[in-house]
Structures are given as C-alpha cells and as structure tokens.
Design a protein around this ligand. Sequence first.
Ligand code: PLP
Length: 313
Amino acid sequence: MHLALVALGIGPEDEVIIPDFTMIATAFAVCYTGATPVFVDADPNTWNIDVTKIEEKITSHTKAIIPVHLFGLMCNMDAINTIAKKHNLKVLEDAAEAHGAEYKGRRLGSCSDLAAFSFFANKNITTGEGGMVVTNDEELYNKLRYHKNMCFPLDGPRNYLHNDIGFNYRMSNVVAAIGLAQVEKANDYRQMRIHNNQLYRELLDDIPGIQFQKHNNDYLNVAWMNAILVDEKEYGHTKHELLEYLRSNNVDTRLFFEGMHRQPSLKKHGCDCSGMFPITEKLTAQGFYLPSASSLQEKDIEYICQLIKTFAK
Ligand SMILES: Cc1ncc(COP(=O)(O)O)c(C=O)c1O
C-alpha cells in the first residue's frame, strides 16, 4: 500500500480519502508518505465506504481514494471511479481482504489504477507475510519496480548513484514460490469460504436481530470473514453477552475494527477526527466475526448457529 502510494506520487500536503471503518493499515500507509488520510463513514448495507459521502470530503489537496473491500465484498467501483474521474483523483484498491471477489463480472484489483493485496497468514491465500501490488499502467508498474528496490535504475549499469529514496519491498524467491503454489488452490479456498458463508446465512436467517453484509447480484462476495451485527433489542442480548456465551461453549470470535476517527495515533498525525460517523459507530458496537477458516466443517457451522439460536430471546 505504501509502495503504491509512493508510485502515485502522494506526499506531504496531500490528502487521501479512506473509509472510516477499515483496518488501520489503510490509514498508516497514507501516513508513511506524509499525507493525511481523510475519513468517510460506512454504508449501512455493505459496510464498505459510503459512496454518497465521498464528494463532501474532497478538497483541493485530495489526490486519491482508497476503497477497502471489506470481509470479501467489493465496493461500488463504478460510483468511486466516476467521482475519481470527475475530480481527477487516482484510485488505489485495498484488496487485502477479498482475493477472488467480483464486481459486475470484473475481478478484484482490475477496477482501478492500482490494487494492493495482503498475503498475511489469515488471508484467503498466504505467503506467511507479504503482499502484491497490481496495475495495468506501465508507467506506474515501472515506478513500483523502481521504488521497491532502493531506486536502483531499472536499466543500464549500476553505478550506485540513487536519484530518489527507495525501499526494500522485494519479495524473496522462496516466498514467491509458496505464493505460486497457493494460487493453484485459490479457487478451492474461495469456494469453501463462499459455501460456509451461505450456510451461516441460511441457518441464521430466521433469527431476529442478526444481520450480514447486504449486496445485490452485481457482487460476488467471497466472504473472507463471516461478519455479523447483533441488534440487542431484536436479538434479546448484547453482542458481548452472545460472545461470552459462545466462548463458554468453546467458540472463539473476534471483534470488529474501531473507526479511524477514534484512533489516537491518527489524531496525533493531524487527521481531522471530528464529525459524525454513525454507521462506523454502529458497526463497532454491534459487529463481530464468527469462525471463518476455509477448513470449517458443516457440522461446526451447524453447532455455532444452533448456539446462537438457543441463546436468542
Ligand atoms: C483492509 C486491510 N488492509 C491492509 C491490511 C494489511 O495487510 P498486511 O497484514 O499484509 O500488512 C489488512 C490486514 O489484515 C487489512 O485487513
């Protein structure tokens, strides 16, 4: 993500629009360049960036938008690209969480100037740590190659004179070999996650107060995480009571992110953390992840859903 922003020429004085509801890595990458992340609230249905609230955050300093495809569901890329074109902004997809997802038949990573994937151990495919940036733009591609390797010249002799400040963001051959082997399995893992998510949705469908991400047929949600919201009034218990009950029955869960506007580190960096982010607040208050590993068995999901059903009032 950092390398992609460097390739786009983002630096101090610039602003980059990101969702308020995301993993903090999105915001940190912007901070590394000296630019300022600007937060946009989440969409109440998809939980991704609310495309109707992006334009009000654009200023003369805005240079790019980073849509984050949360939990396996892509953002509304047509709307984002239309806004970007109108305001002459670049689009960098944070594709960390949605390998193999589709929007209107287009694969994740192909709907923007650049996209950054994560291969961390909990992702759909992994190299342990590391990631990948993709682009269709030859100029950006060469800038990525240049900056990832200490700004050694791409052609010509190595005289050890460096015209720009570069990084070591190289992937080792050994790690790349693991990644290639993982790619062979990517479709199988994708199918397992989609299947598990469909089963969760079916089994929890008639329980009041449980909500999944909502989307129409334009989207293929690869469900990296089985993320749900618990409405206390309708379900009859708070999220924390449910999590405690699941834990007492040996089911582990994880909480949702905190909004970027609540992050002390970003406030210190000079981000504008004022303003209202009611959807992020709701997601953080009500949301958590059910077990989501590709290897989950149907009987595990049935057991978990039965617990949620039994505990409902
Ligand atoms: C949305 C998002 N962006 C970026 C990252 C960072 O990826 P990595 O852990 O490979 O640095 C993550 C990691 O989980 C993420 O969820």
